[in-house]
Structures are given as C-alpha cells and as structure tokens.
Design a protein around this ligand. Structure first.
Ligand code: Q46
Ligand code: ZN
Length: 328
C-alpha cells in the first residue's frame, strides 16, 4: 500500500476516496478536507473568532487542533455535565490538551453554575439523558459564544455522526429537523452561527489524526449513551459502507445538495416564531421559559447516580484500527 500523494509506504487507507496515505500526507489530506468544508459551506469569514466545543474526545480535540493549524483564532469551551468519572476524565483530557499548548479554554460547570447535572435532569424528566444533555449543551455553547463575543461556534460532528442523524430524521420524516440539518446554521438574533467543519471526515480518520499528531483523547464512551438510537444507526451505516465504500458520504452530501432545500423553509418558519425567555432572555418558541430554564427548574437539587449502560467502548476499536500500521 503506497501513499497516493508521495508514493512512500502508506499508514492508513481511506476506502471511500480509494486512497492510502503516509502520515504526513494524511495530515495534509485532513487539513484539505476541513479547508474545503469551511470554504464550500462558507462557515467562517476572515478574522472571525471561533469557539470550539470540546469534550476531550477525538473529534473535538482534532477539530480544535486542525483549526489552529489552519491559523484560525479558535478557543475551546468545555461543559462539565456531572456524569461521574466520565466527566472527570473528559475534563482532565481537555484541560491537559489546552494547557500543553497554552490555548485558551473556557469552562462551564453545569452543577456549579446552574444547580443540576445531567443524571439528575434525566431522573427528573424521566427521559433519556441525551435529550437533556444535548439541549443543555446547545443552550450553553450559544450563550458562551454570545457572552464572550465569538460569532461562530464549531462542533466536532463528523461524517458518521451527520449521516446517522440524517438516517434517524429520514426514518421518521422529521421535516423540521431535516430543515435544520446542515453543516452551517446561520446566525440570527440571539443565535451565534453553528458550524461543523469535520463533516467531510470519518470517525476512523479522526482517530488516526489524533494518533499521528500525538493527541491524547479519552477513549471511554459516555456511560449514559445506552439507548441512544444513533449508535444503532451508525452500525447500520457501517454495514452499508463496508459493502459499498462511499455510501455514507453519498447519502449525506446527496441530501445536502438535492434534498435539504425542500425542508429549509419549515425550519425558517419555526425560527421566525421565536419569543424571549423571561428568565434568561434566550430565544424560545413561547414568551415564558426557554427549554433550558424549564429543565433547570425541574432538575435543580435532584440527585441521581450515573446509570451505567452496557459497556460499549467503540472508540477503542477505532483507535486500534486507525493506528498507523506497518506498510503493506
Ligand atoms: S455526553 Fe450527553 Fe453524549 Fe452522554 S448524555 Fe448523551 S449526549 S452520550 S455526545
Ligand atoms: Zn431561559
């Protein structure tokens, strides 16, 4: 297996591109893919500061690293969700990554600042934790961006994540979600722009990027992910990709090029109908409390243990499969 770019022995193959790369050319390939996503979807304008949502996992740390390598002024934001040891480890990995490089990291501890945590919220709402967690993260990323003057928030959602979300939305014909499923959600009053620069990169490639660049990320998966339907959708898509490399990218980019516009109007109507939360001032679909403040009211003071789902250490497999191999 030879590197497509320089002909040296390759350390990783990317089947959907029908290509293999040596370590240096793979890093170059990753930078080019991120550059292309930022350019094609007009994610960032010259001089705009970026707030990167970081969790200590491979995608978010690789994203922060790539944006800095591409000379963007990108700072990190870590949100402590209070998910037992998992949160302790993810914070430690994030802080160590930022400290080693002297990069600026903002931190929000949900329990310390808002009086609840994600296990407590899941208990109080009797719903799957990922709903409360996602809602809280979206609210707090946006608030932090507006408070600290970042016009753009970047998240580490990769091609596998986006294709799995798309599959879930198509299975239920969630027209509102389909209208908002895009690598860029434009800014509007009360909202910073949201961008996903890793949309052209697969999960396995991000693990390989971290290994090659010596980025120490946490491999353990959130113990509250059990029951998260996206893991099942990812498995289905991985099966298709195995049989027919390029299926995930064709599914996602075909939607973005030819399907998304048909649903975008619905999302626009929903945004136009927004009022302001009487507690925090955030945009909300009514004039009372936003979803985050409603969640906080219900969950404040509720103490629940972290519920451990069946162990799925998927990332360990990815890291292993992505580790540079001897040239073949
Ligand atoms: S952290 Fe939160 Fe994820 Fe854990 S509770 Fe679910 S959404 S799985 S990215
Ligand atoms: Zn509010």
């Amino acid at each position: 297996m030879k590197c497509r770019r320089c002909g040296q022995p390759a350390v990783i193959d990317v089947r959907r591109h029908n290509a293999a790369f040596c370590a240096d050319c793979f890093v170059h390939h990753c930078r080019e893919q991120v550059k292309r996503a930022i350019h094609d979807f007009r994610m960032v304008e010259p001089g705009q500061r970026i707030l990167v949502a970081v969790s200590g996992g491979k995608d978010s740390l690789a994203l922060w690293h790539l944006l800095r390598e591409l000379d963007y002024e990108a700072d990190g934001l870590y949100i402590g969700q209070g998910i037992g040891e998992y949160s302790d480890h993810s914070r430690a990995a994030t802080v160590a990554f930022a400290d080693e490089r002297g990069w600026k990291l903002h931190e929000i501890d949900i329990r310390g600042e808002y009086g609840f945590d994600i296990p407590g919220a899941a208990h109080a709402t009797k719903r799957a934790p990922c709903g409360s967690c996602g809602l809280s993260k979206r609210h707090l990323f946006n608030k932090a961006a507006l408070d600290h003057g970042y016009p753009v928030v970047a998240t580490g959602h990769n091609l596998d994540d986006e294709a799995a979300v798309l599959l879930g939305n198509v299975l239920r014909w969630e027209t509102g979600y389909l209208g908002r499923q895009h690598p860029v959600l434009p800014e509007s009053p009360g909202f910073a722009r949201k961008v996903k620069p890793l949309v052209r990169m697969g999960e396995r490639e991000m693990a390989a990027y971290c290994v090659i660049q010596g980025i120490d990320y946490i491999v353990e998966e959130c113990p509250m992910a059990a029951g998260n339907k996206h893991l099942g959708y990812k498995d289905v898509l991985n099966g298709l990709e195995e049989q027919s490399p390029g299926s995930k990218a064709a599914f996602l980019f075909g939607f973005l090029e030819r399907g998304h516009e048909h649903f975008a109007a619905t999302a626009g109507e929903e945004r136009d109908a927004l009022g302001r939360c009487r507690e925090c001032g955030s945009p909300t679909s009514n004039d009372e409390l936003c979803a985050f403040c409603r969640l906080r009211e219900r969950a404040q003071g509720v103490d629940a243990p972290v519920e451990l789902g069946p162990t799925r250490r998927r990332n360990r497999g990815h890291a292993r499969s992505a580790r540079p191999t001897s040239a073949g």
